[in-house]
Design a protein around this ligand. Structure first.
Ligand SMILES: [Mg+2]
Length: 213
């Protein structure tokens, strides 16, 4: 797909709810190892609520879809993840203020989301947080946009980079969030927020490629 429209955005939300439900236990286990174990449960509850609201509201622009996601996650997801993802989707909504997204639009949207997460959580690359998945994802999407690739290709590259970024959090010692209280003991575990980021971006790419509805 060359550009992405509101149908993609709605289908991404549905796929996000499905993928979070599928990986709920994995995310709980990751968060149990270095956090408080609520990440899978919280995200699952959040996206279940998002799905319900999406059916009620039937938003007609990409920005409206993301705003709905942002507000719902902020009000239903506890811990750090709700405000972080909420801010990400809110910034993404502002960036996606048009009818469709090309590769540059995808890169801008992801960059805006990352900006929101950094503003909210104050984490840097290497702190073992979701920033370690978002940051390489943004860089990869920008590269595709610069080289004239499609919106779908930008999302696919972002998803690959986020997956690698999540994997790369495993050896890191956490410097932010609850995991940082563990010091060295936080090493050898994957960051749950980086993992959920990778899952959500993979869902976005799969939907753009027509592979997941
Ligand atoms: Mg937690």
């Amino acid at each position: 797909m060359t550009t992405l429209d509101v149908t993609w955005a709605r289908d991404w939300v549905k796929a996000s709810a499905a993928v979070v439900a599928e990986h709920r236990v994995d995310l709980i286990d990751l968060d149990r190892a270095i956090g408080d174990g609520d990440h899978g449960e919280n995200l699952d509850r959040g996206f279940t609520a998002v799905l319900r609201k999406l059916q009620e509201a039937e938003p007609e622009t990409i920005a409206d879809v993301f705003t709905l996601v942002a507000k719902t996650l902020m009000s239903t997801v506890g811990g750090a993840a709700g405000p972080l993802y909420g801010t990400a989707y809110l910034r993404a909504a502002k960036a996606a203020d048009g009818q469709s997204l090309d590769a540059a639009g995808v890169a801008d949207m992801l960059d805006a989301a990352l900006g929101g997460i950094v503003a909210r959580g104050k984490a840097e690359v290497g702190d073992k947080t979701m920033v370690d998945a978002w940051s390489p994802a943004v860089a990869a999407a920008k590269e595709v946009a610069t080289s004239g690739g499609s919106a779908g290709a930008a999302l696919a590259a972002a998803a690959d980079a986020a997956a690698q970024g999540a994997l790369d959090t495993e050896p890191l010692v956490a410097r932010k969030g609850r995991a940082s209280y563990l010091g060295q003991r936080s090493a050898n575990h994957r960051d749950p927020g980086a993992q959920s980021t990778a899952l959500l971006l993979r869902a976005a790419a799969d939907v753009a490629a027509g592979g997941r509805r």
